[in-house]
Design a protein around this ligand. Structure first.
Ligand SMILES: [Zn+2]
Length: 377
């Protein structure tokens, strides 16, 4: 009996420890106040003890943990309801939608990065070299035939010599045939910038196809063109085109990894569209934006969850496909209905309009996105 009385007296919440002033912020308190109404600290004057210290630590950890659990649970299983609750004022129950979106997309990035970093191609001057590259028939290089044991260094030397002989052969060809004319930098300067660029692209493509030179420096050298950043970049895109057409899957994966950023920048436009489409609802722009961040968060959370069974199943991405093609649209419809609370027919109609807008919008955006991605690929 004595011991229970002792523990009761030891609790920080005990009446004997209540003070007339908050120790944290100095706000005047009544002896009946459990917490400070100004800063929400517990009204207790008890001296710090090891137990209280760790209790406080674990309780704050638990609060954070429960916010995360509520957010994940409601986001996955209550489409639209989570946004409704958040907008209606349940802020402490959930994680901040914007921060949560950033967190899940970062986790998704890390996951993608963990598995798509196995590029084993041999590089010459920073440019990946295709070892199955065709050597034109007129050129026979005795060293490459006699040498059965390659190492990376000798291989690189072989490739360089092949490129050199190839370039010489091409130059000889050029002097014989006059149909392929490569304009010089001076000649290009006489035409307008746009036609010049078109000519340059066509020329570099032709030169690339004929010589198979992948290194922009070498190519520009033999063309006697300026090795400025623009020309180098333009020429290097020949190789990008080959890589994209040879292995579209890898490029697609690369593009997938950029989607979170892409969505992030387009979210304000999406929110604006929702604001127009649901102008008769009382939600403001910020609340539409929260809805969009919740939808985006769901897509990444679902992608993260689908990632693991797909990893076990191999390269098929079947679970991700099911999530995006079947669960995704259904979830989105339910979210619209639960958040905006409109009739089934109206919701379905708006669902179609939004998807149409997404489709047209993504065509425009994808063109921009594809160009931007290919530019740095
Ligand atoms: Zn206080």
């Amino acid at each position: 009996m004595g011991s229970t009385k002792l523990t009761k007296e030891k609790s920080r919440k005990a009446a004997i420890y209540k003070g007339a002033e908050c120790l944290n912020c100095g706000h005047p308190l009544k002896l009946t106040d459990k917490y400070c109404s100004n800063c929400s600290q517990l009204n207790s004057t008890k001296q710090l003890s090891i137990n209280d210290f760790f209790n406080e630590f674990f309780s704050s950890l638990y609060t954070y943990d429960s916010r995360l659990r509520y957010t994940i649970k409601d986001l996955l299983f209550k489409p639209g309801v989570i946004t409704r609750n958040y907008v209606a004022g349940q802020r402490l129950k959930y994680a901040n939608p914007f921060r949560f979106y950033l967190s899940v997309s970062i986790i998704y990035f890390i996951l993608l990065g963990l598995t798509s970093g196995d590029d084993t191609s041999i590089k010459v001057n920073g440019e990946p070299i295709d070892l199955t590259e065709n050597v034109s028939e007129e050129i026979t290089n005795p060293t490459i035939e006699s040498n059965t044991y390659f190492n990376a260094d000798s291989l690189n030397r072989e490739i360089d010599s092949i490129i050199k002989t190839n370039t010489i052969a091409i130059k000889e060809k050029e002097s014989k045939k006059e149909e392929t004319t490569y304009l010089s930098e001076v000649e290009l300067d006489t035409i307008s910038w746009s036609t010049q660029t078109v000519k340059r692209i066509a020329m570099y493509r032709e030169f690339y196809n004929e010589t198979k030179i992948k290194n922009p420096d070498k190519a520009l050298d033999s063309l006697k063109h300026n090795k400025n950043r623009w020309n180098t970049w333009l020429y290097s895109k020949n190789n990008t085109m080959d890589r994209v057409t040879e292995n579209p899957g890898v490029f697609l994966n690369y593009m997938l990894g950029k989607i979170p950023f892409f969505l992030f920048f387009f979210a304000p436009f999406f929110a604006f569209f929702f604001w127009l489409l649901y102008s008769r609802k009382k939600y403001n722009y910020m609340e539409h934006l929260v809805f969009i961040f919740h939808i985006f968060s769901f897509s990444f959370l679902a992608a993260i969850i689908a990632y693991f069974p797909d990893l076990l199943l191999g390269d098929s991405n079947i679970v991700t496909a099911v999530v995006y093609l079947i669960i995704g649209p259904f979830y989105f419809y339910k979210a619209l209905r639960n958040f905006y609370k409109q009739k089934r027919a109206t919701t379905l109609f708006k669902f179609v309009i939004i998807n149409l807008m997404f489709f047209i919008g993504s065509l425009i955006a994808a063109t921009l996105f594809f160009t931007a991605t290919a530019a740095v690929y």
